[in-house]
Write a protein that binds this ligand. Structure first.
Ligand code: IPE
Ligand code: IPE
Ligand code: MG
Length: 249
């Protein structure tokens, strides 16, 4: 099904291939401000944000990064004006339809994480099609967090586990981190090594609360639509100079 294209792999010479993060997570923030600064409507910022995400996905694939998780829409983003929310939902659907063939051709395995049941039905259908069509692809794992909230994810895991205990399918003592992770949207995925946030905000905004426990955090003032290969290269250089201790010495 997936024709594996020749990998470009033009990894910058100063980066150590052995020390690349396996999984990069990104809070794509600053679309609105990017547009404002240019005197454009916010939605143009979102459109340009899609281009930046596509470029980052390609870059991750070229450089041999195994997984990319992008925060596209939070459980709190429903609080924005209806016109913006509607625009975003339509944009997600349109982009997914437009990009699916290319993602298949490039061996991208796409997965949406979040409470997908609240999304417009037509978007849910497009998501289902894309996930099914790329299920076997193995060049890169691409996760899109849509109607995603870390607290909601943890709560629904608690509920599912409690139901198992109540039904005598699980003993209280058996509940450990491994069992818990099986009930998260990210079940089966490795936790991010590097969390990038653009636009300079120093917060996690309810993103992957459990999973980023030991992620290295990189914040740049660059606004998301301007986050290009060069900016990603800088993030990776910074990451490679960190000393990850995991609580040890
Ligand atoms: C991030 O950009 C995209 C989404 C949250 C959907 P913003 O829309 O938050 O842009 P700013 O933060 O207002 O500049
Ligand atoms: C986080 O950005 C959500 C996404 C990038 C999808 P926000 O713009 O919603 O975050 P806050 O409101 O600045 O915390
Ligand atoms: Mg924002």
């Amino acid at each position: 099904m997936t024709a594996k294209p020749s990998v470009l792999n033009d990894l910058p010479a100063d980066l150590d291939r052995q020390k690349l993060p396996h999984h990069v997570a990104v809070i794509m923030d600053g679309n609105g401000r990017w547009a404002n600064h240019k005197g454009l409507p916010r939605i143009v910022g979102h459109q340009r944000g899609v281009d930046a995400l596509k470029a980052l996905l390609r870059c991750c694939k070229d450089w041999g990064i195994e997984a990319l998780t992008a925060y596209a829409f939070s459980t709190e983003n429903w609080g924005r004006p209806l016109t913006e929310v509607d625009f975003l939902m339509t944009l997600f659907e349109r982009v997914l339809r437009r990009e699916l063939q290319e993602m298949i051709a490039e061996g991208v395995c796409i997965r949406f994480i979040g409470d997908l049941s609240a999304l417009p039905i037509s978007l849910q259908e497009e998501i289902g099609r894309a996930m099914e069509a790329t299920r076997e692809s193995e060049n890169i794992q691409f996760n899109v967090a849509t109607n995603y909230g870390g607290r909601r994810e943890i709560l629904q895991a608690c509920r599912a586990i409690a139901a198992q205990v109540k039904a005598n399918q699980l003993n209280l003592e058996e509940i450990d981190e491994a069992i818990f992770e099986k009930h998260l949207y990210t079940a089966g995925l490795t936790n991010p090594d590097l969390l990038i946030r653009t636009s300079g905000e120093l917060r996690v905004s309810n993103f992957l609360l459990w999973q980023v426990a030991y992620a290295e955090i990189y914040v740049t003032n660059t606004l998301w639509p301007d986050f290009d290969r060069h900016a990603f290269h800088q993030a990776l250089s910074d990451y490679q100079n960190r000393h990850r201790r995991f609580g040890k010495l």
